[in-house]
Ligand binder design. Structure first.
Ligand SMILES: NC(=O)c1ccc[n+]([C@@H]2O[C@H](COP(=O)([O-])OP(=O)(O)OC[C@H]3O[C@@H](n4cnc5c(N)ncnc54)[C@H](OP(=O)(O)O)[C@@H]3O)[C@@H](O)[C@H]2O)c1
Length: 382
């Protein structure tokens, strides 16, 4: 049964309050009412499409997806698209207040939980039909990358298996490669391998997405390049020649939601890239221009040798746990981050990616409402 055929739930069904840490997340009465051959175990064991098929015609269908890391940048767009497709979402976050922007989505339950703590994931999974894993870190020690990108997917696979939740969408990253130059890329590849092994063993229905660098109103990428140019006279930059294929966050969110609803994506890995390739230097220049720096000309970009860039990154790492650019980030830039062409892309998921130039000026533009709003949000620490 396709999305069009799916029944929409009524407004009253949307009025679920956000639940607290102590609340049980067991399947609510409405789901238990579904006549799915009688048992809740059967419900938990079936894939998304089986769930549609086993529901009796005329009954309400409210599938639930647990969106791990849904409080982050990409998460809100995933949840938005899932809502449009008729899913309910549960988003655990370690800081409830930081996830408040999600509360405008009526089909979403925001839960304060540290999912990596013992028993927390197991508490959240019952009643869910699918899991989307967006949890990742961009900086950290070897140990942190191993914990978040490798051990965590293993933990998710085990907990899903125990709870009978087969469907998993895992968001990795373009350039994930066990022989890649950075810890980020290597650990992302290792995490994918862990999940593929579980899928090959018949425990999971897995789809992997590998996005390129993602832009969007709340990004920490084009916004950062623009902001820096407001107070620096020149932009010193290492890895300026590295090529990237930025993709819009809405397109990534839509691709993830589409993949979830299409069982033909099971077993596949998709590259999520935008339509155009830029060097990092070009992107920095464009950010300055679109933000109206120096009358729309941006600051001059001065290429730095990798050695000096590493030194600069080391200083940033010493003064902040979330540096603007870490040595590991620089290592990622040693190789181009563009579609390899061997794997299906967004088109295979029915998504036509938006060009960078059609979106970024709208939120970086000095005079734009979005830019002023962004600035207010930034100052308020949101
Ligand atoms: N943004 C990009 O340019 C980009 C590019 C390529 C791939 N990706 C991939 O896309 C996915 C989503 O990225 P994003 O930009 O949305 O990331 P994000 O904004 O940093 O969000 C990641 C989320 O992960 C959670 N998280 C991180 N460490 C955790 C930990 N130790 N325990 C529990 N939760 C933890 C955080 O949840 P809390 O709410 O609890 O803080 C956070 O909301 C990631 O897999 C990322 O690698 C992103």
């Amino acid at each position: 049964m396709g999305q069009k055929d799916r029944e929409k739930w009524t407004a009253a069904d949307h009025l679920q309050p956000a639940i607290s840490k102590s609340d049980s997340l067991l399947a609510p009465a409405k789901e238990c009412e579904l006549n799915l051959d009688g048992s809740r175990d059967r419900l938990l064991a079936c894939s998304a499409s089986e769930f549609h098929l086993t529901a009796t015609k005329g009954q309400k269908i409210m599938q639930r997806a647990l969106v791990l890391g849904g409080g982050g940048f990409v998460g809100r767009y995933v949840c938005e698209h899932l809502q449009r497709q008729g899913w309910r979402t549960i988003v655990p976050t370690r800081q409830y207040a930081a996830g408040k922007h999600l509360l405008s989505l009526p089909s979403l339950q925001l839960v304060e939980a540290d999912v990596m703590a013992p028993g927390e994931l197991e508490r959240l999974l019952p009643g869910c039909h699918a899991v989307i894993n967006l949890i990742a870190v961009l900086h950290g020690s070897e140990k942190t990358f191993a914990r978040v990108h490798v051990e965590w997917p293993r933990q998710v696979a085990q907990a899903c298996t125990q709870a009978g939740v087969r469907r998993l969408i895992h968001v990795s990253a373009l350039g994930a490669d066990s022989g890649g130059p950075s810890r980020y890329q290597r650990s992302k590849a290792e995490g994918e391998a862990v999940l593929r092994a579980a899928a090959t063993a018949g425990l999971l229905d897995l789809t992997v997405l590998r996005p390129s660098v993602i832009f969007g109103r709340e990004d920490r990428f084009m916004n950062l390049f623009a902001r820096l140019q407001k107070f620096l006279l020149v932009m010193p930059l290492s890895g300026a020649d590295a090529r990237l294929q930025p993709v819009w966050v809405r397109d990534v969110g839509q691709a993830i939601a589409r993949a979830l609803d299409d069982d033909a994506t099971i077993g596949q890995t998709y590259e999520a890239c935008g339509p155009d390739v830029f060097t990092l230097g070009e992107l920095v220049r464009l950010a300055g221009c679109w933000a109206g720096v120096r009358g729309g000309r941006g600051r001059p970009v001065i290429g730095l040798p990798m050695g000096i860039g590493k030194l600069q990154a080391l200083v940033m790492e010493l003064i902040s746990s979330k540096p603007l650019m870490s040595r590991d980030n620089l290592d990622s830039l040693r190789v181009d981050n563009i579609a390899g062409g061997q794997l299906p892309g967004l088109a295979a998921l029915g998504v036509t990616p938006a060009p960078l130039g059609g979106v970024v000026p709208l939120y970086l533009g000095d005079a734009g409402f979005a830019a002023r709003f962004n600035e207010m949000r930034r100052r308020a620490g949101r």
